[in-house]
Design a protein around this ligand. Structure first.
Ligand code: APR
Ligand code: ZN
Ligand code: ZN
Length: 369
């Protein structure tokens, strides 16, 4: 199969002919139909995340089941599916504690760039092993997934939209709905209007938030935010005191909830200072490995009873939340089509990464034909 192989951080990926083994017990082979280009792929490629090389990136995808391994009964050949980047074993401590995206079995496999049995299904022509990324690796024509990472959906859902539900939408929407529990009338402020931030914005709007403030240094994002329902835009490059600007828009108190969707210390600090007493900040963005976040001490947190939550995959149970989100899309309440800014070919992957680095307005999706 054709796949984009990453050999070295920061170096162009190479389109290679990669051998993919069939699915083993409990695994599913999926023909990838669409794969979104997410900032986590970019950060990982830049060397900001741990990674076993060579590897195939891609963790936000949809496809059609090509083949099932023994023991698989959730899907059959021909089913349309959304792929999760955090399949779960169902049996470990975290799975039993209803935190499936913390699954220990998955965590071990993902950090070693292999499948659950400790081996890879991917090889180069010279026999060298290619590692998996999040046990998905969907910047390729086919991928192998543990069965729990493959969620069947209606074939009427466009592949582009289904792909984005696999990461950005669930991460952002879930952060607002599951983690911040936004309620009608709330004021919500969002830092970073990429695919994740825009999804958080849609989730907050659908939950009935009244005041929706977006903060992003890219001046084009003001207009993008308005299109997705933002009521106010703040450019942190032009506004000297962002928390003060947020307070002015929220009865002088601060927002009920803030979502940091970039992974930058400066934005996180602004978010904490921008919420009211008792308000909540969801840390959604992925900071580079080893990075520390700083906060002004006592008053900002303890004195004002603020809460900070780590928001991972939107606090979702992917198998359930994907379906819930696609139901809202189907009934016209979640305009996910608007998230797809551009479709590109797999061969254009390096250009797509550079475009994201410069700041792409919405989402770029790799389309396979
Ligand atoms: N304050 C506010 N916004 C910022 C700042 C800042 N200091 N710095 C950058 N941004 C904006 C960018 O202008 C861009 O609009 O953050 C946005 C990031 O968008 P994308 O690059 O499309 O990122 P996305 O794919 O949405 O991912 C966001 O979530 O899942 C994680 O790893 C992912 O950390 C990443 C984050
Ligand atoms: Zn992602
Ligand atoms: Zn588990």
């Amino acid at each position: 199969m054709k796949a984009a192989v990453m050999y070295e951080a920061g170096k162009d990926m190479v389109i290679e002919n990669v051998t993919i083994d069939g699915p083993k017990h409990g695994e599913v082979m999926v023909r990838v139909t669409a794969a979104g280009v997410c900032h986590s792929d970019l950060s990982t490629w830049q060397g900001k995340g741990a990674l076993k090389l060579p590897c195939i990136l891609g963790h936000e995808a949809a496809g059609v089941v090509e083949k099932i391994g023994s023991g698989v009964d959730r899907v059959k050949k021909g089913d349309h599916v959304v792929l999760s980047w955090a399949p779960s074993c169902g049996r470990c401590f975290y799975c039993q504690a209803r935190l499936p995206t913390q699954c220990e079995v998955y965590g071990r496999a993902a950090s070693n760039g292999v499948m659950w049995d400790g081996t890879s299904r991917l090889r180069l022509a010279d026999g060298r092993v290619v590692h998996h990324f999040t046990t998905q690796s969907s910047f390729a024509e086919y991928c192998i997934m543990p069965e729990s990472g493959v969620v069947p959906i209606s074939s009427s859902i466009p592949a582009n939209v289904a792909a984005l539900v696999g990461c950005a939408v669930t991460t952002g929407f879930g952060a607002a709905v599951n983690d911040c529990r936004v309620r009608p009338g709330d004021s919500v402020a969002i830092w970073g209007l990429g695919g994740v931030g825009l999804s958080a914005l849609m989730g907050a709007k659908l939950s009935g938030a009244e005041t929706l403030i977006v903060v992003d240094p890219n001046p084009r994002k003001g207009e993008v935010g308005t299109r997705f329902g933002a009521t106010h835009y703040i450019n942190p490059k032009e506004v000297p005191d962002v928390p003060d600007a947020v307070r002015q828009l929220t009865h002088g108190r601060g927002a009920d909830a803030a979502l940091e969707c970039i992974g930058k210390s400066a934005a996180f600090e602004q978010a904490v200072l921008s919420i009211r007493g008792g308000g909540i900040v969801a840390l959604v963005g992925q900071a580079p490995r080893g990075e520390a976040f700083t906060l002004p001490a006592a008053r900002a947190l303890m004195g004002q009873q603020k809460r900070i939550v780590g928001s991972h995959y939107g606090g979702a149970v992917p198998e359930q939340d994907f379906i819930r989100i696609l139901g809202l899309y189907d009934s016209g309440r979640l305009p996910l089509d608007a998230l797809v800014g551009k479709t590109v070919a797999l061969e254009d992957i390096n250009a797509a990464f550079r475009a994201l680095e410069r700041g792409f307005d919405t989402r770029q999706v790799i389309a396979f034909d």
